[in-house]
Design a protein around this ligand. Structure first.
Ligand SMILES: Nc1nc2c(ncn2[C@@H]2O[C@H](COP(=O)(O)OP(=O)(O)OP(=O)(O)O)[C@@H](O)[C@H]2O)c(=O)[nH]1
Ligand SMILES: [Mg+2]
Length: 245
């Protein structure tokens, strides 16, 4: 397909040395103009390897967390003139071979963000998703759908593509530096009437791909619920949050 838009893959990395190369091998390069990696003060050789592999690398001196990492990813990608930004976790959990399907609707201007969903017609347990993560995912998703009056099959995917319009419309810099960033940026998109669509994807679960255990996931779940409460209060005009203004 002839492309006039610049597609940039952004990789929020944290200790990704073991899985980075495998992830890169699966990226369909003809669909991508540039790949940038932001290292969140990894303690392994992620930065050296990424440079050796020819990626454009940005380094956080201190660990800022997953949301903080994405803030740098999108800021730098927008500076580089990206029209479509695809987040690919460098832990080889989400399969980037679906990039063509993810990007096409954005190139055609059919929507403002495209998410890969593990729940859309899938059997995530077969990919190794723990049962408790599966259940937490569907219950939280139900709350999110009920709050946003928008239907997605999941809100917690790590494979996402955003248009420049999306990232310039929402003020993602005021979002959390932690995992709940991924939910806040959706809530902001809902408030601004941005259109999100999904395609089915499969994921793999193995130790390097899944560092978030039960405790951190529970905190994450609670911060999602907190975001939903803030969203409602804001929509009802009871409290004004900078995140949503
Ligand atoms: N844990 C962690 N991850 C970070 C940080 N900065 C960036 N990341 C990225 O966040 C991604 C998500 O964390 P994971 O440990 O993979 O989460 P997960 O257990 O796979 O979550 P599920 O996909 O729901 O199973 C990682 O792949 C990293 O690329 C950080 O400071 N801490
Ligand atoms: Mg992972």
């Amino acid at each position: 397909m002839e492309r006039s838009k610049k597609v940039i893959v952004v990789m929020p990395a944290y200790n990704a040395e073991k899985t980075l190369e495998r992830t890169l091998d699966d990226i369909p390069r003809e669909w991508v103009d540039e790949i940038i990696l932001v290292d969140d003060a990894s303690r392994d050789g992620t930065v050296e390897l990424a440079r050796k592999l020819g990626l454009r690398v940005f380094v956080h001196e201190k660990n800022r967390g997953y949301g903080g990492n994405q803030k740098t990813c999108y800021t730098e990608a927008l500076k580089l003139g990206g029209d479509i930004m695809i987040m690919v976790h460098p832990d080889h959990q989400y399969d980037p071979r679906v990039i063509p399907q993810l990007v096409a609707p954005l190139l055609n201007g059919e929507c403002d963000a495209m998410f890969g969903s593990r729940m859309l017609g899938g059997r995530p347990l077969e990919g190794g998703m723990p049962r408790w993560k599966y259940l937490a995912n569907i219950y939280l998703t139900a709350f999110e759908n009920a709050t946003f009056y928008m239907y997605l099959t999941e809100y917690h995917s790590g494979l996402r593509a955003y248009s420049r319009r999306y990232l310039e419309t929402v003020n993602f810099m005021v979002d959390s530096d932690d995992f709940v960033f991924d939910s806040e940026i959706i809530a902001q998109g809902v408030i601004h009437g941005l259109r999100i669509r999904e395609i089915p994807i499969e994921t793999r679960y193995f130790p390097e791909a899944s560092q978030v255990g039960f405790w951190r996931s529970s905190v994450y779940g609670l911060s999602i619920l907190k975001t939903l409460v803030k969203f409602k209060l804001h929509m009802k005009g009871l409290v004004r949050y900078r995140m949503f203004s």
